[in-house]
Design a protein around this ligand. Structure first.
Ligand SMILES: *Cc1c(COP(=O)(O)O)cnc(C)c1O
Length: 498
């Protein structure tokens, strides 16, 4: 399997190359040249498989320059019982026709672990396979969860450095502490004066800065990415869509072959795109519900075909979705235009230059066939947290609640009661303030004392307290630096001593 850039101006590359590089040279994203197929029977057998084996069985179709043994080794090292518990991706029954797929049982309590625990293993093997002798410097812009998950995955991994940039006022107190307390000789963490898009733009500019790349090369370094623009992050996420389907069949929720709905709390469009690839591979999916918070650029895009980032980024209770430029949408556009690289490059240039593009009606229709866009405001999100807890005794974090609410809107508009799986992307403990507010217990909760809120949530709900939370409270803060976005290249050079 080989990979091409969505913009058509970069050489074709192997999987190892693509994972090592992250972003294509022409600024585009790498996509597989074709999408492999799987049989329903093979999907259904995943129910009884250990999760690491499910992941390896998906990866072997895409990362064909890795041996099956290597992929299994990578997956087994990533999804250990110690890190993820007995079942890394449990499917919880919530209502009559909707289940919740919990993707936050990993070390950082958010779904980013599903990919970022395996990426370092894929990356260090990619380094060897491509004969890369430079030390790999992983750059990550984060709206909160990617940063910590990348730090956790790459800390003290030989041959790598990891540098994370987060918007200093754009993440939750727990998210911030998770990053600023990170240990490891090869890690650096910087707060950025700005929002996530500023941080992401800064990282993208650094990737296309040839002079900086040259300077790094001179000193034996090269850049790579841990954001979901990296194919190595996207591919492992395909596995849990299959696994959830197999679990739903095994639990008697659906019959083999029934098309179902997946509702996905969406930011950079990575998670939901992995689901779309699963569908293209043969998974029976009726529709994906693309759920947004008040930053509802994607809802508008799906409904109108117009992508417009010319608006203010709003801070919400679901900060990991506070994004205006959803990078992975570019991969979807490539796929629905059947690989029209010229068209995709044109739209991306318009977005870059004017903050806006509009796709043709054929592309829009194709997107709408697969995706339903809906969004939830802050009131609706809080209301969903409280209501679902009262009605079903199931506690959701705000990101998950956005997707739940979007599913309700879909059902109301379409009168469709098809079985749905809502992807749950974070532990409620991670966003304790918003969750307590949703439960109507927000009084006296203060951002400056996040662990008090954690304990309060535990007392209110008796939901088991994640062990990671207890550990976090005791750790010293090691990274306090806050810089302007323009100073990112300099901060990198200083960290690397070049
Ligand atoms: C990253 C993240 C999302 C959004 O996922 P994308 O792949 O960026 O669309 C949603 N919820 C949480 C908790 C996240 O960390």
């Amino acid at each position: 399997m080989l990979y091409v850039s969505t913009r058509g101006q970069a050489p074709i590359a192997s999987a190892a190359h693509v994972i090592k590089e992250g972003l294509a040279r022409d600024g585009g994203l790498f996509v597989p040249q074709n999408i492999p197929k799987v049989h329903l029977d093979d999907i259904l057998t995943m129910h009884a498989m250990p999760y690491s084996q499910c992941v390896a069985s998906v990866l072997k179709l895409f990362l064909t320059d890795y041996t099956v043994e290597e992929l299994l080794e990578c997956a087994e090292a990533a999804y250990t019982q110690e890190k993820f518990g007995n079942d890394p991706v449990p499917l919880a029954k919530v209502s009559e026709e909707t289940d919740v797929l919990e993707l936050w049982h990993g070390p950082t309590m958010a779904f980013k672990d599903m990919a970022l625990q395996i990426l370092p293993h894929l990356m260090t093997r990619a380094q060897k396979k491509t004969g890369e002798e430079s030390r790999i410097v992983i750059l990550a812009a984060t709206s909160g969860d990617t940063g910590k998950a990348a730090l956790e995955g790459f800390a003290d991994v030989p041959g790598t450095d990891i540098i994370v940039f987060y918007p200093t006022d754009g993440v939750s107190p727990i998210q911030k502490l998770q990053m600023t307390t990170q240990k490891g000789g090869n890690v650096a963490v910087f707060g950025i004066e700005g929002d996530f898009d500023d941080a992401q733009r800064g990282v993208k500019e650094i990737f296309s800065d040839q002079a900086l790349a040259g300077k790094l090369a001179e000193h034996g370094y090269c850049f790579s990415s841990a954001n979901s623009i990296n194919w190595g992050r996207l591919a492992p996420q395909i596995a849990y869509y299959f696994k959830a389907y197999a679990s739903a069949v095994a639990n008697g929720r659906i019959k083999p072959g029934d098309p179902i709905i997946y509702a996905v709390p969406t930011g950079n469009f990575g998670d939901i795109l992995a689901g779309y690839y699963a569908k293209r591979m043969g998974l029976p999916v009726k529709r994906f519900i693309c759920a947004s918070n008040s930053n509802n650029v994607l809802t508008e895009f799906i409904n109108t075909g117009k992508y417009n980032r010319k608006r203010d980024l709003l801070k919400t209770s679901s900060p990991s979705m506070d994004i205006l430029v959803s990078s992975n949408l570019e991969r979807l556009l490539y796929d629905v235009t059947e690989g029209d690289q010229e068209k995709v490059a044109g739209w991306m240039k318009e977005l870059q230059d004017n903050g806006f593009y509009e796709v043709d009606s054929r592309t829009r229709n194709e997107v709408q066939e697969n995706f339903f866009g809906a969004w939830a405001d802050e009131m609706e999100t809080g209301d969903a947290i409280g209501r679902i807890y009262n009605d079903y005794h199931y506690l959701m974090d705000p990101h998950t609640a956005v997707a739940w609410k979007a599913t309700e809107k879909y059902r109301l508009l379409s009168s469709d009661d098809t079985y749905a799986v809502v992807l749950s992307t974070a532990s409620p403990y991670k966003f304790n303030k918003a969750v307590l507010e949703g439960l109507g217990k927000g009084e006296g909760v203060d951002d400056s004392r996040p662990f008090e809120a954690v304990r309060k949530l535990h007392e209110e709900t008796e939901l088991p307290l994640p062990r990671q939370m207890g550990e976090l409270e005791k750790l010293p803060v090691l990274h306090e630096q806050v810089i302007g976005a323009a100073a990112m290249p300099e901060a990198i050079c200083t960290k690397l001593g070049i």
